[in-house]
Write a protein that binds this ligand. Structure first.
Ligand SMILES: [Zn+2]
Length: 253
């Protein structure tokens, strides 16, 4: 059966002489795998439309074996991202995160739209707002998958407090001062960390990238969110994160 689907190429694996096996995050079926035969030949009509960072419309044959892309046309290409090493590394991280956290073959239109919007913003964002954007994506993406961290009240006892200063990844969110004393493994965070996480979760990208957030606060948010993601995905070896750390550690001009 041939079907028209809209999707974003989030992974490419080279196969045989000239084929590509793609992971697509699609509007209609969520994450799927499909082959693009001959797509690595420059003259192939599939060449440009099957590259990572492309959003396209594809005719896909869904069969008993591997799905096969028959044709496609580019709707948007976020190639701008690949010209900036930080943007590229973060873009790859978003893709790896989506590949690891989304169920295969299940449509999630809100999450699909979130990824498309994030890529569009990512290629025009200043370096200063890059991390805010990525952490906002992580939190919104988790929420759309039904894995929203508890940021409103204590994740253990449900109590409200004026200010929360602890995050507990295993318990799934913030915890109150009483529960901190009874629980092990909570992370102490600075005053503005939890309000900033709420802001990133609830606010539009345009407002987020317009508001500067200190490097120190972003670092604490990264620690909390990553620990949460590691527990949810049951792994700690994101390849894209290793690449990110490598480029962040290298000296700049
Ligand atoms: Zn509590």
């Amino acid at each position: 059966m041939v079907e028209e689907v809209e999707g974003i190429v989030i992974r490419e694996v080279k196969y045989r002489d000239a084929d590509r096996i793609l992971t697509l995050y699609t509007k209609e079926h969520g994450r799927i795998t499909a082959s693009a035969n001959g797509a690595r030949r420059m003259k192939s009509p599939l060449h440009g439309v099957t590259l990572p960072f492309v959003r396209g419309e594809y005719s896909i044959f869904f069969g008993r074996g591997i799905n096969r892309i028959q044709s496609g046309q580019v709707l948007a290409s976020y190639y701008g991202i690949s010209e900036n090493l930080d943007q590229l590394a973060y873009g790859q991280y978003l893709f790896e995160l989506v590949a690891l956290t989304t169920p295969e073959g299940e449509s999630n239109e809100r999450d699909y739209a979130l990824l498309a919007k994030t890529l569009e913003v990512l290629q025009r964002v200043s370096d200063g707002a890059l991390k805010s954007l990525v952490h906002a994506f992580e939190l919104k993406h988790l929420a759309f998958l039904g894995l929203r961290p508890q940021l409103g009240a204590c994740a253990v006892c449900g109590k409200q407090e004026a200010d929360f200063h602890h995050f507990h990844a295993m318990h799934g969110g913030i915890i109150c001062s009483d529960c901190v004393r009874k629980t092990r493994g909570s992370m102490r965070v600075s005053d503005s960390v939890i309000p900033t996480m709420r802001f990133l979760l609830m606010t539009s990208f345009e407002e987020i990238i317009a508001r500067p957030i200190s490097e120190a606060v972003l670092k604490e948010i990264e620690t909390c969110v990553l620990e949460f993601i590691f527990l949810q995905t049951d792994r700690r070896d994101f390849r894209s994160l290793a690449f990110l750390r490598q480029i962040q550690a290298s000296p700049r001009d």
